[in-house]
Structure formats: structure tokens, C-alpha cells
Write a protein that binds this ligand. Structure first.
Ligand SMILES: C[S@@+](CC[C@H](N)C(=O)[O-])C[C@H]1O[C@@H](n2cnc3c(N)ncnc32)[C@H](O)[C@@H]1O
Length: 356
């Protein structure tokens, strides 16, 4: 998924820095009892970073404030193999993905609010999806819920199907990656029929009990502990709850109240303090202060709300601080903006707490 702030293309840099800085931790764990290292990705987004460390055999804690991101993490982090769908099979549904892909159409919430056909007689016409794809998303989403409510699928199966729907629907959205606006004309990729197919499985060490949460990072931090805490908060005022509002609605399918040209959810309770100029630094300070993790890493770039000096001063209060940097090409959906620079500098700020 093309996601604002995704670290997919920076994984090499992030893994290298974290592995080098935490080398003493790894050698201790190998020498002593071989207990797995707990890595927390507390602003998980697409789960790109958590997945990379899961593949290394680490025990993962993943979290995000947005429900769509939680759904994605429930699948990528907690599912270690493709679920069997045994109850569905017993009912004659041998291939659930094919079954849902050929299910047909429903004029549900997505069609009625985010397609041209569904909005023609409304105050605002919206073209986020072709009529056919919107109806297909509704049909699949509703059937997944029916299967869950009638206990025909278990939790692992539910999140596998739902995460697959979020990713395959996102591929046919008529946007430039974010849902703050739709294109006036349908683009070729959005005109193609949605292909509902299984997304990847990320294999980790057998037997680990990865944890996935859907909470504010600053409140979750009081309930968890581990070895490595990776922080990747929003760094500017662009908000995830508005940029990805349709993914949130497909994930929750909660018939929300929506408004305006873009059909945004009116509920603004998931606004992040990290995107607010006046609150970001204090919120980061609070998070680091309460973190029960000896190693803390923060990804942030040179255009973030909190300055480099502020971050250094916040982190170095708690122990040994160092910083690494890499040049990075700007996020695609920002290209229409009037920025002079094509590149940003991505920093990884590291803290080895001296009190833990
Ligand atoms: C920069 S993105 C993370 C990207 C992620 N590392 C990836 O590679 O996809 C920031 C994420 O933080 C989440 N977020 C914002 N405020 C939060 C908060 N207070 N608690 C938890 N998550 C939050 C957003 O929903 C968003 O997914």
C-alpha cells in the first residue's frame, strides 16, 4: 500500500541501524537463554517495520490508532500461516477468496456514498470507486461480517479476509494514494475490476504470541514492556484519520455520519497529537518518559514539526543518544505540492536508556 510515511523503502537503513545499535542485546540473548527479543512497532501504519522484525524471529507488539491499520497488523503480525477456513470448507465453501471474488454486488455504504452511480441524486457526487467496484467491496465486506457473526470464520480468518479487502480495494481507488480527494475522471487502474485475492503471509518464529493493539500510543505505553521500541509517529500536520477515512470506514463498516465533498467521517476523535504543532513535542516527551524499553528508536525527517535539537534534548535526558541519517525520495502524493526539494533527510534517533 502506498502509505504516507511508509518505511517500506527505508527498511534496509532502519534494520541496519537497529541491528548495529542493539548488537549487545542480541549477543546476550544468544549466550544466555535464547529468549526472543521483543520489538514494539507502536505507530505500525502498514506494519512494514513490524513484519521485517517478525521475519527475524523477534516477538512483536504492534499498535496503531487507526482501525484499518490494526486490521492489517492483526493479519501480518499475528497470522503465521494461511488459516484453514475449516468451518467454511465443511459448509461447502472450499475456496473462500474465489467465492468472495465472484460473489456479485450490493448497493451498500461504499456504493451509496463513494461511487458516481450511488451519489448522482445527492448534494455531492463522488468518484472514489467505479460503480462496479464499490458494489463489489460492499458485497464482500457484508459477507465477511455475516461469516463472522455466524461463527463460520475464526478471528485469524476474519482479519486475513478483511486485510485482503483493504489492500485490494486500495489498489482500485480513484485517488492519488490518499482519500482526501478523488480524481475527476476515472483513472485506468480504478476502472479495472477489483480482484479480491489473498495478501501475503509473513512468517516468523513458531510459537510466539505477538500482540496487536488499537490504542493511543501514549496510553498503551503504560501497559507494555520489551527490549526495542520503534517510534514512527506522524511528523507533519497531515492527518491519517482524514487521509485514509474510506479505509477506516471499510474496516469498521459502521455506517458513519459523513460530510462534504469528500465524504469524510464527522467523528474526529482519532486526531493525533503528533500532528498538532503545539502538542507534538510534549506528547513525544511523555511517550519516551513512560517507555519501559531499554532501546528506543525514532524515525523522523528534516521537515517534521519537532526540530532536530528538540528531539536530541528530549531523548538525551534519559541516556546515551546518537543519530543516523539517509537521503530519501519524497512521498509520491506530495508531488503536486510546491516543494523545492525532491528529497528529504530521514533521521533515526537512538536512545539507550541508562535506567533500564
Ligand atoms: C508515519 S506513519 C507509520 C508508518 C509505518 N511505520 C509504515 O511503515 O507503514 C504514522 C502512523 O501513526 C499512527 N498514529 C498517529 N497518532 C497515533 C497515536 N497517538 N497512537 C498510535 N498511533 C498513532 C497513524 O495512524 C499512522 O499509521
Amino acid at each position: 500500500m502506498n502509505y504516507i510515511g511508509s518505511k517500506h523503502s527505508l527498511l534496509g537503513f532502519i534494520e541496519e541501524v537497529i541491528m548495529n545499535v542493539t548488537a549487545p542485546l542480541l549477543s546476550r540473548s544468544q549466550k544466555e537463554d535464547n529468549t526472543p527479543i521483543t520489538f514494539c512497532d507502536i505507530f505500525a501504519g502498514t506494519s512494514a517495520v513490524g513484519r521485517a522484525f517478525k521475519q527475524k524471529g523477534y516477538n512483536i507488539i504492534a499498535n496503531d490508532l487507526q482501525y484499518y491499520s490494526y486490521v492489517i497488523a492483526k493479519h501480518y503480525i499475528q497470522n503465521n500461516q494461511a488459516p484453514e477456513f475449516s468451518r467454511l470448507r465443511a459448509k461447502g465453501v472450499a475456496r473462500p477468496f474465489e467465492f468472495l471474488d465472484t460473489l456479485g454486488s450490493e448497493k451498500g455504504f461504499v456504493y451509496r456514498n463513494y461511487s458516481l452511480g450511488g451519489t448522482t441524486s445527492q448534494e455531492f457526487q463522488r468518484l472514489y470507486f467505479s460503480d462496479e467496484n464499490a458494489m463489489k467491496i460492499d458485497a464482500i465486506r457484508q459477507k465477511i461480517e455475516v461469516w463472522k457473526v455466524s461463527s463460520l470464520i475464526n478471528e485469524a480468518e476474519y482479519f486475513y479476509l478483511l486485510a485482503s479487502l483493504l489492500e485490494t480495494a486500495d489498489r482500485v481507488a480513484n485517488t492519488v494514494s490518499i482519500y482526501e480527494a478523488f480524481l475527476k475522471k476515472i483513472k485506468p487502474a480504478a476502472d479495472r475490476p477489483l480482484l479480491f485475492e489473498p495478501i501475503k503471509i509473513t512468517k516468523g518464529l513458531e510459537g510466539l504470541k505477538h500482540q496487536v493493539y488499537n490504542q493511543d500510543a501514549n496510553s498503551l505505553i503504560h501497559q507494555i514492556s520489551g527490549h526495542i521500541l520503534y517510534l514512527d509517529p506522524p511528523y507533519n500536520t497531515r492527518k491519517y484519520n482524514t487521509n485514509y477515512h474510506i479505509l477506516e470506514t471499510i474496516a469498521l463498516y459502521d455506517d458513519p455520519e459523513i460530510k462534504g465533498k469528500t465524504g469524510m467521517r464527522t467523528d474526529q476523535s482519532k486526531k493525533s497529537k503528533y500532528s498538532a504543532r503545539r502538542q507534538a513535542a510534549a506528547t513525544l516527551t511523555d511517550l519516551i518518559k513512560n517507555a519501559n524499553f531499554p532501546y528506543i528508536f525514532l524515525s523522523y525527517n528534516d521537515e517534521g514539526i519537532i526540530t532536530l535539537d528538540e528531539i536530541e534534548s528530549i531523548m538525551s535526558k534519559y541516556g546515551e543518544y546518537q543519530r543516523f541519517e539517509q537521503k530519501h525520495r519524497r512521498f509520491k502524493a506530495d508531488s503536486h505540492r510546491d516543494y523545492a526539494k525532491e528529497y528529504t533527510i530521514e533521521y533515526i534517533h537512538c536512545l539507550r536508556r541508562d535506567d533500564l
